[in-house]
Design a protein around this ligand. Structure first.
Ligand SMILES: *Cc1c(COP(=O)(O)O)cnc(C)c1O
Length: 390
């Protein structure tokens, strides 16, 4: 085995399986850009990208330049698109490392042109078009002007054009269709004006499942690669495997008498004799942490208030861990790196393993990732190498 007391197992075969499902769904002429931003949604970008490169992905996408450099340092040779539009002062950096920048601003366009001229190389980039996400991209109305500008800059090469859906995962696809039609108008104009191949892409995971007319030249799956459907409303037309399992070992077992308390603030006080197991994972690892979104509608407010109330009243267990098939409630306040679960009467011994449900994208980046191929450990990503003698 290995010496860890908490770790995340990542089955790379499952990720490859999910990639192959997408590959079979999408026509062979359509390229696949695997999205490995946010540390491959928590799975570990270097290892995941390595497996996907082997499986035949065409390109990769990340959000930042640093994320791109991590892939290059891991030996990835495929083109890597950086989603975040570059700032003018980053033009040198992207060219130096051979990353594919996103441009959504005139100043950055000119900065890229001069950096390319200085290095005497072609500056390839993808142009982002804003079609309704209200985030990044040039307004579709400025496309003509942009094309005129690009013609005057022979150092630059427009290699791709893309946009991003705001609602493809929802039941009602009307806004997605509206975004697509704005995008297609821009794409037609660009393909008419620019000689050479320009890859047009807009399809995320939800669009890959539900909107085949959005495939164009390339699709950009993230969520599907990691074995999850983007929402309950999408069609589940491909069969996914879950690559993720977080596990932890019980490092201490305590017997408590009535009136004893557990954890900071003494939030939990026992009424009956209890057995408590301690697992080394806490809020600093992302356990029990939920990304905060403000209630947008009155209905959301009612829903979140009801949820909070029932948690306070103890109607639903807010957090739990899994032993075999059983859910064991977390008791007391979750600590920075330790949590306590109620194991009363379960016959669980110190050293045993439980499964830990945790949100992947907020699971601590420093938790050891153990990678599996053919059910065997193929790689380990850890904060510090632990020497073990076999
Ligand atoms: C994250 C992201 C994707 C992938 O989205 P999924 O819904 O996870 O498939 C695609 N394109 C862009 C621009 C993204 O930011």
């Amino acid at each position: 085995m290995h010496p860890y007391v908490r770790w995340i197992e990542i089955d790379l075969d499952a990720i490859i399986h999910n990639f192959c499902q997408i590959r079979q769904l999408v026509p062979p002429a359509v390229k696949i850009m695997s999205v490995v931003k946010a540390d491959a949604y928590g799975h570990g970008s270097a290892q995941v990208a390595g497996a996907l490169a082997e499986a035949g992905t065409d390109m990769f996408a990340v959000t930042t330049i640093e994320e791109g450099l991590e892939l290059i340092q891991a030996g990835i040779k495929n083109p890597i698109l950086v989603f975040a539009p570059i700032l003018p002062d980053q033009a040198d950096l992207v060219l130096e490392h051979g990353l594919m920048p996103t441009i959504d601003d005139w100043e950055a366009l000119h900065a890229l042109a001069s950096a390319a001229a200085q290095k005497n190389i072609k500056g390839s980039f993808h142009l982002k078009i804003e079609t309704g996400m209200g985030r990044t991209g040039i307004p579709s109305l400025e496309v003509s002007q942009f094309l005129q500008e690009i013609k005057e800059l022979p150092q630059l090469q427009l290699a791709g054009v893309y946009s991003h859906f705001a609602t493809a995962m929802m039941k009602d696809k009307s806004f997605a269709h509206k975004q697509l039609s704005i995008f297609l108008q821009a794409v037609r104009e660009i393909k008419r004006e620019v000689s050479g191949e320009v890859l047009a892409h807009i399809a995320n995971s939800a669009a890959i499942l539900d909107l085949p007319d959005t495939y164009l030249d390339m699709v950009r799956p993230g969520t599907l690669l990691y074995g999850q459907y983007p929402s309950p409303y999408v069609s589940k037309k491909i069969e996914l495997q879950d690559p993720w399992q977080m596990k932890g070992r019980i490092i201490s077992v305590k017997k408590l008498a009535p009136g004893d308390s557990v954890g900071y603030g003494r939030d939990f006080v026992t009424k009956k004799p209890r057995e408590i197991g301690v697992v080394p994972v806490g809020y600093a690892d992302g356990f029990g942490v939920l990304p905060h979104t403000r209630p947008a509608k009155f209905y959301d407010l009612v829903k979140s208030t009801a949820k909070l109330l029932s948690q306070i009243l103890g109607l639903i267990a807010p957090n739990y861990m899994i032993y075999g098939k059983e859910r064991l409630p977390v008791v007391g306040r979750i600590g920075m790196q330790l949590s306590m679960i109620d194991i009363t009467g379960k016959g669980i011994a110190r050293g045993e393993t439980v499964q830990i449900p945790i949100r992947r994208t907020t699971a601590g980046g420093k938790i050891t990732r153990v990678y599996l191929r053919d059910q065997k450990i193929s790689a380990i990503r850890e904060v510090a190498a632990v020497q073990t003698q076999k």
